[in-house]
Design a protein around this ligand. Structure first.
Ligand SMILES: NC(=O)c1ccc[n+]([C@@H]2O[C@H](COP(=O)([O-])OP(=O)(O)OC[C@H]3O[C@@H](n4cnc5c(N)ncnc54)[C@H](OP(=O)(O)O)[C@@H]3O)[C@@H](O)[C@H]2O)c1
Length: 340
């Protein structure tokens, strides 16, 4: 069996994640039991929820164990199989270790992906759980109508770019915020948002919303929390829907931001609903079928931010949390036979 490198959790971050929180080790992949599959990893995803799994700070209950490999979404190729459902050469998606190789149980833990339909890495972004997250929050909770104003924060990111484009396809007027002028040009250009602003150079997010969403906000797709959510509450129209997807501005803080406009939820009868994508995992194949068509016919743009090498995965993760990524950040850790 092959020797593999694995990225492990060396320590829990206190607030901001630092390189010293990670370590690299070597291990021999175990022999395959009945039903097992040996996977050669090709692409790995780094996602904001992993900050919570690391523990420390204001993060949620820890999920990663000290001294053990981190794990997340991986696309790989089956190298050996003792499972009748998977053959050598199949491309698969699974929750696997941050590693070059791993042994997966078949069944629910793996899913085949079709390299003929889209680049393999897209199954970690627009055609993966970030895309499905956007679909659930925007279409099942936000329910944008033609003529309504929709606001999306972290709008150029993995989830945000899809959320905004779904609202645009539904006929709404879409406004996004992002952390650089280049990101704003991407959402208002290729993604077809109607307007956008760079929140990093805006003295006040509330003033920016008054300027760019002059008819108020009917649907908010909330990725950021903190001051951004507070401004949305202040500027939302009565009966607005707020799909609370995430609060990335809060994940590294020792002390969370305190909302000043939370009373508006009552006075404006806002419908504010949080959600977690894994509750909707059964929709993934249907979502891929619909969205692959949007990508193929040019209705939906995709921005992907690729880094290379397993050894760079801690830096890729730390950089994503800080907003270095332009689009869905993935790490290419192995050879992709379809790469061109
Ligand atoms: N509910 C669910 O099931 C679910 C599933 C997936 C993701 N999420 C949430 O969705 C959000 C986006 O995740 P993603 O995977 O699409 O990541 P992403 O947007 O591709 O990457 C994270 C982005 O967050 C932005 N950001 C970081 N710190 C910020 C701050 N202090 N203020 C404003 N923006 C900040 C940065 O973009 P800028 O340059 O624009 O600042 C960064 O590029 C996160 O909150 C995540 O937790 C929720």
């Amino acid at each position: 069996m092959p020797t593999t490198r694995q990225v492990t959790l060396a320590s829990r971050p206190q607030t901001v994640v630092v390189p010293e929180n990670f370590a690299m080790q070597e291990a021999v992949t175990p022999d395959l039991g009945e039903g097992d599959v040996l996977v050669r990893h090709i692409y790995m995803s780094v996602d904001p929820y992993m900050r919570g799994l690391m523990g420390g700070g204001v993060a949620y209950a820890a999920g990663f164990e000290i001294g053990q490999p981190l794990f997340g979404r991986v696309i790989g190729e089956v190298a050996q199989s003792r499972n009748a459902d998977y053959r050598e050469g199949d491309f698969v998606y699974g929750m696997l270790d941050w590693a070059d190789w791993s042994v997966a149980k078949g069944g629910e833990s793996l899913r085949k992906v079709d390299s003929a339909r889209a680049p393999l890495s897209y199954y970690l972004g627009t055609l993966g759980f970030p895309g499905l997250t956007a679909y659930v929050g925007m279409m099942l909770i936000g329910e944008p109508k033609p003529g309504e104003t929709v606001f999306v924060s972290a709008a150029s990111g993995a989830v945000g770019q899809v959320a905004g484009q779904l609202a645009r396809i539904a006929g709404a007027r879409v406004v996004g915020s992002a952390g650089s002028d280049e990101k704003v040009r991407f959402i208002t250009g290729e993604c077809g948002f109607h307007d956008g602003f760079n929140y990093r150079i805006t003295p006040s997010v509330l003033e920016a919303l008054r300027l760019h969403c002059s008819d108020g906000i009917d649907v908010d797709f909330e990725n950021v929390g903190g001051e951004t959510l507070d401004a949305v509450l202040a500027h939302a129209n009565p009966f607005a829907r707020i799909a609370v997807c995430g609060m990335i501005s809060q994940y590294n803080l020792a002390e969370p931001y305190h909302l000043k406009h939370v009373n508006e939820v009552v006075s404006k009868r806002l419908n504010m609903r949080g959600f977690v994508v894994r509750d909707h995992a059964h929709l993934i194949e249907q979502f891929i079928d619909e969205t692959a068509g949007h990508i193929a016919d040019g209705t939906m743009a995709v921005a992907e931010d690729m880094m290379f090498g397993l050894e760079n995965s801690p830096a890729a993760f730390i950089g994503m949390l800080a907003g270095e990524n332009f689009g869905k950040r993935v790490i290419k850790v192995g050879d992709d036979p379809n790469w061109n």
